[in-house]
Design a protein around this ligand. Structure first.
Ligand SMILES: [Zn+2]
Length: 268
């Protein structure tokens, strides 16, 4: 009994000390799936010979890989980075992200940026309804109710800098999960430093110092132009305030809030 407990502890310790060993099984599944997609890409499309689309296949010589055009930021709503890594390596959960950044600043890259992670779910931004197909998902280890650590934000900024440069992602297209799914999601939480991100070129910010609000300004139309799904105006208002106001996330627009929307929507 004494020995078996000792060996169990030893096995757990060895497992923890070697992260590739710990994720060897899921890494193998990753490789198999990536291989299957690679052979799919090599295939000559079959549809052209069907009755619906009679014609011949003429492969062009000029093409590249599709690139992500948005970055969606999340908080994990879990209590440890390891828990999230485990969640994203279990097939039955059907959720994932390209990056998971831990509180100590460790960056876990989980999926080739060209491939489609399952992080956005049912969401909408402007007329984009398949956000997973056009975006990179980044999860920050955070239980949902706490500030983000300096090391974590520093690592995030490093990742964003590379993603923006590699994929030429527009400044406006760095947004949060709550922005694209206002009825379902509240991440990243109100402590997320959106203003600091905007100062670094990731996302828009506002300056209302000289804004004079036109009397007939339609704030909901403004939110729609920014990208929010305004079908549920209460949810859209809350999501906007979580991102741009933060200290007050009541679903009620003050004149100050309306000024922010007026200044912002002209930047989109
Ligand atoms: Zn999320």
């Amino acid at each position: 009994m004494k020995y078996s407990l000792f060996s169990l502890i030893l096995i757990v310790m060895l497992g923890n000390s070697c992260s590739t060993g710990k994720y060897a099984a899921s890494n193998k599944i990753y490789k198999q799936q990536a291989k299957a997609f690679a052979s799919e890409l090599k295939k000559q499309p079959a549809g052209v010979d069907s009755a619906m689309m009679a014609g011949q296949w003429v492969g062009t010589t000029n093409f590249g890989m599709r690139k992500p055009n948005f970055v969606i930021i999340h908080h994990t709503a879990q209590t440890a980075c390891d828990t999230t890594l485990r969640t994203f390596t279990l097939p039955r959960t059907q959720v994932s992200a390209h990056y998971v950044i831990c509180k100590d600043g460790t960056i876990n890259h989980m999926l080739n940026d060209y491939l489609r992670a399952w992080h956005a779910g049912n969401s909408k931004w402007g007329n984009v309804t398949d956000v997973n197909s056009v975006s990179i998902g980044i999860e920050l280890d955070n239980n949902g109710f706490e500030p983000f650590s300096e090391a974590q934000i520093k690592s995030l900024l490093d990742v964003l800098k590379k993603l923006k440069k590699d994929n030429n992602i527009p400044t406006a297209n760095f947004i949060g999960h709550a922005d694209i799914a206002p009825k379902r999601k509240v991440d990243p939480n109100k402590y997320f430093p959106w203003q600091q991100l905007a100062a670094n070129g990731f996302g828009n910010w506002y300056d209302t110092a000289n804004v004079k609000l036109p009397e007939n300004f339609n704030a909901m139309q403004g939110l729609r132009i920014i990208g929010y799904d305004t079908k549920d105006s209460v949810a859209a208002t809350r999501a906007f305030k979580l991102h741009f106001v933060q200290q007050d996330v009541e679903a009620k627009l003050t004149d100050a809030d309306r000024k922010i929307i007026y200044d912002l929507y002209r930047k989109y």
